[in-house]
Design a protein around this ligand. Structure first.
Ligand SMILES: [Fe+2]
Length: 377
């Protein structure tokens, strides 16, 4: 048993119980992969050295583990899949409208103009796309590690809605609180100006590099704009490691809709980038009767997997110190989870509060002394 162990433990399905007030719309479009999916893998990806790597990977590249920054845009949904996904989003917004029900599906906040959360609990269609095995297998191949939809079901089917000509970015510079995201565009983007994903070309922007950015800003020469080809096309990105933003939609035939699904590695010994407080009031402001249980389930799955490693995988001859480390680390993760749930500790992924003026000017610059981090990583 080596100290750099990896153990993939099957990821969980959404909770068998529903949160109060929300129901899955099992009566609308029934997901049929033959009709709704049209998977055409990308020709290349960018790795964390920001080099283009051809896909399918050569045997040598395939041997490498992880290392994905983002993929080129690739097709995931058919035209009918896009229409059905839009119906799913719009139906959920109509069923749970802001200002009329206790827990609306669509809202806005300081960081993003308008977003929809909760489709994992209200749309059977979106849930079924998310857990489709052909799709998760392709994403695992692209990431070169086994991926599974994130345990926190509120992050299934997160949808950003970018209204044209507001001057506000669809999403400001930030790193994600979950390892990977798949962003699928589900609106008409023909002739759209703006609404592009911009990526800062530096590996692990979520780490110590943050401090430097806080003083110097995001260097424009290191920013790449990644375009989506058409509705139904997607980009898979390791959003926890790279700083990214979505530029304002300057002109478009309709609001820009992007369906964002979150994924995690199933290696239960990998560092977990999930940040509890990002889902609470200072972040997504998800339901407070949902987030604690989702986070607890996520951690329960990880620790269960770590214990399954001892039960089913560890070989005879394992050093006592190595076995002990599994328990010490699991204990620390459990204690930290309890402290977070009790509000004794805080965590949150960072986002850059670069204020509206840069958005209007289109310049990528971070104001000195602006509040950049709410992260305590
Ligand atoms: Fe993001």
């Amino acid at each position: 048993m080596s100290s750099t162990k990896a153990y993939n433990y099957p990821g969980p399905l959404p909770p068998p119980k529903q949160p109060d007030y929300w129901a899955l719309d099992t009566w609308s479009d029934q997901f049929d992969p033959a009709i709704h999916l049209q998977i055409e893998p990308p020709k290349s990806i960018k790795d964390l050295d920001f080099k283009d790597v051809r896909f399918p990977f050569s045997p040598k590249e395939k041997m490498k583990k992880g290392g994905l920054a983002y993929t080129r845009s690739f097709r995931v949904l058919s035209e009918e899949g896009v229409r059905a996904a839009r119906r799913a989003v719009d139906n959920a917004r109509e069923r749970y409208p802001q200002g009329e029900v206790k827990y609306p599906i669509g809202r806005g906040n300081k960081r993003a103009t308008h977003f929809v959360r909760g489709l994992g609990y209200t749309s059977k269609f979106v849930r079924d796309i998310t857990y489709d095995r052909t799709l998760t297998d392709l994403l695992s191949d692209l990431a070169r590690e086994e991926l599974w939809p994130h345990s926190m079901t509120m992050s299934v089917g997160h949808t950003n809605v970018g209204q044209p000509a507001t001057g506000k970015p669809v999403d400001k510079w930030h790193v994600d609180s979950v390892s990977y995201v798949l962003v699928i565009v589900i609106s008409d983007i023909k002739d759209m100006k703006g609404g592009n994903l911009t990526v800062f070309q530096h590996p692990d922007s979520g780490g110590t590099y943050w401090k430097k950015l806080q003083i110097q800003g995001v260097p424009p020469e290191l920013v790449e704009t990644v375009s989506y080809t058409a509705p139904g096309y997607a980009i898979l990105m390791q959003g926890s490691k790279i700083l990214h933003a979505v530029t304002p939609v300057l002109k478009a035939r309709e609001p820009r809709y992007s369906l964002v699904n979150s994924y995690m590695s199933t290696d239960v010994f990998l560092r977990d980038p999930t940040k509890y407080h990002t889902f609470l009031e200072k972040g997504f402001d998800d339901r407070t009767d949902v987030v604690p249980l989702e986070f607890a389930r996520h951690k329960a799955w990880r620790i269960k997997g770590q214990m399954a490693y001892i039960l089913d995988e560890a070989p005879f001859g394992s050093k006592p110190e190595d076995l002990a480390k599994v328990f010490t680390d699991a204990g620390a993760e459990l204690c930290k989870t309890a402290a977070l749930l009790l509000g004794k500790e805080e965590d949150s992924a960072g986002h850059v509060d670069d204020e509206e003026e840069e958005a209007a000017s289109g310049k990528v610059k971070v104001k000195r002394n602006a509040v950049i981090l709410n992260s305590r990583m």
